[in-house]
Write a protein that binds this ligand. Structure first.
Ligand SMILES: [Ca+2]
Length: 305
């Protein structure tokens, strides 16, 4: 099962998206995906674009408990790396001492790591594809849906508010304070071309969005406020440029995270299975009249598998 159908969106949005110039000649395109029926905010050019998809969903927790997430507090975060040769690996974030944390895979021909050593609002993430790797990294997906830290808190990604004046001004989701969109700080290549996608939007029970700053009229005013997200995808090689994240290279970037008061609830919409097999007890009750039909249905399921 693939919890991250974001790859499907890469080709869809690449043609119509606004691209923001980043440092070192690189470009970043920011996109957010809201569930069908949740109205997209009117984003500024710097904030990127928004689209709706039935595959996206709303996640929730009782509160945003900590707005100063660190490498340590992100324990439990799921990080999936995909390589150009088709290899894919998902690792669970863990603390590595002090305020630092990360994921790292050393053996084999797909050696990579992602880490952050402090407060994510002010401290860079560092992505590395080792010189021992034999393939480019094409995509990194980070998801707070997979787990929680030792205090039972999940990790979510807080986007930049407009205007981003700090503190609680324009914080949107209550308790989140200002966030920070993914931005490139430095890298060993000078023409990274990133498509950054935020999906599976987060909300707290309160319907209020805190929009106190001037110029905030383009934000959503009721939850989900669309500044906090459970899933972040970084896709390489979306536009002109070197693109793919080659072996023996690093990328330093900034992205703010917060921690929630409890695990994330919510998930992909349930799709009814028209050939679902009844529970055994139900099946026995129906055996007289519908038993033959049930056996036919099961046979069809086996045939599809
Ligand atoms: Ca915020």
């Amino acid at each position: 099962m693939n919890l991250h159908p974001l790859r499907l969106f890469v080709g869809v949005v690449a043609g119509s998206i606004s691209v923001v110039a980043a440092s070192y000649g690189s470009t970043i395109a920011l996109t957010e995906i809201l569930p069908t029926g949740v109205t997209c905010p009117l984003l500024t050019a710097a904030q990127g674009t928004c689209l709706n998809s039935a595959g996206a969903f709303v996640t929730s927790a009782p509160s945003v408990l900590a707005f100063a997430g660190t490498g340590l507090s992100m324990a439990g975060l799921q990080v999936e790396a995909t390589f150009a040769d088709g290899f894919s690996q998902t690792l669970t974030w863990a603390g590595t001492g002090g305020a630092a944390g990360g994921v790292s895979s050393a053996p084999g021909i797909h050696q990579w790591s992602l880490s952050n050593a402090g407060d994510t609002f002010t401290t860079d993430w560092i992505l590395a594809n080792s010189a021992s790797s034999s393939s480019n990294i094409t995509e990194i997906i980070l998801s707070g849906l997979g787990g929680v830290n030792g205090a039972g808190q999940a990790t979510i990604f807080d986007r930049t508010s407009v205007p981003d004046t700090g503190g609680t001004t324009n914080e949107q989701t209550p308790g989140s304070h200002s966030g920070h969109d993914l931005s490139i700080s430095s890298g060993t290549l000078n023409t990274y071309s990133l498509l950054v996608t935020y999906s599976n939007v987060f909300r707290v029970p309160s319907a209020v969005c805190t929009n106190s700053g001037a110029g905030s009229g383009n934000q959503r005013t009721t939850a989900p406020c669309a500044d906090e997200w459970a899933t972040l995808m970084i896709h390489f090689n979306s536009f002109a440029g070197i693109g793919n994240f080659t072996p023996n290279s690093t990328l330093s970037f900034r992205q703010d995270v917060d921690n929630t008061g409890g695990p994330l609830a919510g998930g992909p919409p349930e799709v009814p299975d028209p050939l679902a097999v009844p529970e055994p007890t139900t099946l026995s009750l129906l055996a007289g009249g519908l038993g033959v039909w049930g056996m036919v249905a099961r046979g069809r399921r086996r045939a599809k598998a």
